[in-house]
Design a protein around this ligand. Structure first.
Ligand SMILES: Cc1ncc(COP(=O)(O)O)c(C=O)c1O
Length: 370
């Protein structure tokens, strides 16, 4: 019988944390403040310290975080927001849901993050902001992006859904732009036990706008000063996240160690496949361990056939998606198209053991010979 190596294993990852989470849940049911109660406040205070920002605001998902960020910046119809074409759909949806136009920039072929020169070419009179996704766990090049934005009077939002815990020059992902957004979707490096997200900023005015937008635009009870929504995170989710946050350094160190082992184990195949380059000033938390190669689909089939579960993030760039294509402005996107054809994500999660990982490496190297 073939031994299966799963792509992720949330049951195993949560096993050591489960009792502590349940103890917190029991306390929550004693006080009953399920919405915006003490757990939410505690998580926000802890995130501020952990991420190194003045204001952390939790919300109901990473997608909601991006939409709240755009609402706080008053971005709407007639405005354009630059965003990478090779990404998960959420930032593009958030822009469109605000009635603004996504402008799709290409990615850098080595880092797979937003290409700054492509962004610069796309800036026009209606451009208001850039959403830079820190893809697969590595911060985008915020030195260059923030400098470009300053030059043109634009705001920068970091989509740190996949990179919470990573650093650039020692500063934490989430704190690298005007507003940082993250997701607590269970498979993320800082995942919870349900939906959830957060925003980070040092700007007190933006923080106040986000706070209002997430709670129906209320500046006081039943005084709706601006248009808002219900974007709140529930206290039940916070119980799991408070425990996960304590263990995060350990979990991220495991991810980095596993990534290093892949680097070493696959070094011999570097002529046949590429990996995502990590900027010298950055660290990655490896939301995904990615290899890129011609013949990706054939290798994926070989791995799956041998019981190694792999994934393709993302097979179709935004300008080729039926829901987005006609609603976006973009230039030629060769690197995004190439990444969509070539990218393959290998199993990586904190409880992946050495034997299982070695099996992934062996099967992959074997597949390259065929
Ligand atoms: C880059 C990126 N942005 C945003 C999101 C949206 O997060 P959520 O699923 O919590 O809405 C995700 C999650 O899948 C993501 O990968």
């Amino acid at each position: 019988m073939t031994t299966v190596v799963p792509f992720i294993d949330l049951v195993a990852d949560w096993q050591p944390l489960k009792d502590e989470v349940l103890a917190r849940v029991a306390r929550l049911f004693e006080h009953g403040q399920f919405i915006m109660g003490p757990e939410v406040q505690e998580l926000q205070r802890r995130l501020e310290v952990d991420c190194g920002v003045a204001h952390a605001l939790t919300c109901s998902s990473g997608t909601m975080a991006l939409q709240l960020a755009l609402m706080a910046l008053d971005i709407g119809p007639g405005d354009e927001v630059i965003v990478p074409a090779f990404t998960f759909a959420a930032p593009i949806e958030a822009i469109l849901l605000q009635g603004a136009t996504p402008v799709l920039a290409d990615i850098h072929s080595d880092t797979l993050n937003l290409d700054v020169e492509s962004c610069a070419r796309l800036i026009g009179p209606r451009t208001r902001a850039i959403i830079a996704v820190s893809l697969f766990g590595q911060p985008a090049d915020f030195d260059a992006l923030n400098a470009l934005a300053r030059q043109h009077g634009l705001k920068v939002i970091e989509d740190a859904a996949q990179s919470y815990g990573a650093t650039l020059h020692g500063r934490r992902s989430g704190s690298l732009a005007d507003i940082g957004c993250t997701s607590f979707f269970p498979t993320k490096p800082f995942g919870g036990a349900g939906e959830g997200g957060a925003l980070f900023t040092d700007d007190a005015l933006l923080a106040q706008r986000i706070r209002e937008a997430r709670d129906h635009g209320q500046s006081a009870k039943y005084l709706h000063s601006s248009l808002g929504t219900n974007g709140r995170l529930d206290a039940l989710s916070c119980c799991a996240l408070l425990v996960a946050l304590e263990r995060l350094p350990e979990q991220l160190a495991r991810r980095q160690l596993i990534a290093q082992r892949y680097d070493q184990g696959l070094a011999a195949a570097s002529g046949r496949l590429r990996r995502q380059d990590i900027l010298p000033a950055a660290s990655s938390v490896y939301a995904q361990y990615v290899v890129l190669l011609e013949g990706r689909d054939r290798l994926a089939k070989h791995l799956r056939g041998a019981g190694v579960q792999v994934a393709v993030h993302y097979p179709t760039p935004a300008h080729q998606q039926p829901a987005f294509a006609a609603r976006c402005r973009y230039e030629a996107l060769p690197n995004s198209e190439q990444a969509s054809r070539q990218v393959l994500c290998l199993p990586l999660y904190p409880t992946l053991n050495d034997d299982a990982q070695q099996r992934v490496i062996n099967v992959l190297l074997d597949g390259l010979q065929c």
